[in-house]
Design a binder for this molecule. Structure first.
Ligand SMILES: [Zn+2]
Length: 363
């Protein structure tokens, strides 16, 4: 089995938003949801901790995901007044709630929070030591998907102390800091201050979900480590959620890594054209994303995995030949069938992320 680094999972959000017990075997988590109808993903999950171990995922970047920007006010009837602060505080508190999940999982021995370069390599050594993977904690580096939980850029340092090592300033819609997917426009003044504070602390910037203008500005303003945690190619799948060729080239020039996502709609335009028919999208389409980025940048050096497989969907929205996160192993086999060398497949599955994360984390 090939070891994998998965650069994007929303694990704690699955517990706080869907009451999921990620310590269960996948079959049991699905069975527990079999009578639930509140969301299409019920009974169709693809990610639990035992399943991640089966997938060979020794390390992931795990998010805190909570939003309060102008497009995400919980009570739209509030006019823009001081009450906005209460919405921001609720969002801040929600992220702390997710943090409590990671803390508890760490206490139980399910995961290990990775904060430093030394943590990273000590952990990876454990995963490559030949011990049975089912006994090992899964390494997690904390990132924020959308920076709204941060009340102001001068309160970033406590988040660093809590283990936060990367931030994507926006998610869908506008955050307090940047324009995200489906919106257009630059960073806000708060967003520019945030990037400055991140750089001072040594936090990495995840450009995934930034609008084109916000991403361009972020590239200009931010000198620290950069990545795109879960991002496909606009040349293959139209839409502002995907990276343009020139954004991909900029990322490669900055030694970034781009995580290939496994959300069917991002992998092929056939998903939308067929009205969400998963039989039209396969793991093959993820290989096409790899091929495009290789051709554009001349190597596999900026490629990784950022599966996003627990990002609000289940098997109704995965490639047809993917039933669980463990099928990432099948993706690795497919790369081999397409003629990729073992060393390139290892680089895509874990090597490139390990290099970048090692360079990004503090000593
Ligand atoms: Zn996302």
């Amino acid at each position: 089995m090939r070891l994998i680094v998965d650069a994007h999972l929303d694990l704690a959000w699955n517990t706080t938003a869907f009451d999921r017990d990620l310590t269960l075997p996948l079959r049991e988590m699905r069975a527990a949801e079999s009578s639930m109808q509140d969301a299409p993903l019920r009974g169709r999950g693809t990610v639990t901790f035992p399943e991640m171990r089966r997938a060979g995922i020794g390390l992931c970047i795990a998010t805190l995901l909570s939003r309060s920007g102008p497009d995400h006010r919980r009570s739209p009837r509030y006019r823009r007044t001081d009450l906005d602060h209460a919405t921001r505080l609720a969002c801040h508190a929600a992220a702390h709630g997710q943090l409590a999940c990671y803390r508890e999982w760490e206490r139980q021995g399910d995961i290990k929070c990775i904060r430093t370069r030394n943590d990273l390599w000590a952990h990876w050594e454990q995963w490559t030591s030949g011990q049975p993977l089912e006994d090992l904690p899964i390494g997690m580096i904390l990132s924020m998907e959308g920076a709204d939980p941060i009340l102001s850029s001068d309160t970033l340092s406590p988040w660093w102390d809590l283990g936060l090592r990367a931030i994507g300033p926006a998610h869908y819609g506008r955050s307090h800091f940047a324009c995200g997917t489906s919106t257009a426009g630059p960073l806000t003044a708060e967003g520019r201050n945030l990037l400055h504070a991140m750089q001072q602390l040594g936090m990495a910037l995840d450009v995934t979900h930034l609008s084109d203008d916000s991403m361009r500005e972020a590239f200009d303003l931010f000198d620290g480590p950069v990545w795109a945690s879960h991002h496909a190619c606009r040349e293959l799948v139209p839409g502002d959620r995907q990276l343009t060729d020139s954004q991909i080239i900029t990322l490669a020039q900055r030694d970034a890594v781009i995580g290939v996502p496994f959300d069917a709609w991002m992998l092929s335009p056939d998903w939308k054209q067929s009205g969400g028919d998963r039989s039209r999208v396969g793991l093959q389409n993820a290989v096409h994303q790899v091929e495009h980025i290789c051709q554009l940048t001349g190597s596999t050096g900026c490629l990784g995995i950022g599966s996003d497989l627990d990002g609000g969907f289940g098997t109704e929205q995965t490639p047809h030949d993917m039933d669980s996160i463990a099928d990432l192993q099948r993706f690795a086999e497919l790369l081999s069938e397409h003629g990729y060398a073992d060393s390139d497949i290892d680089a895509i599955c874990h090597g490139n992320w390990l290099r970048l994360l090692s360079n990004s984390l503090p000593q």
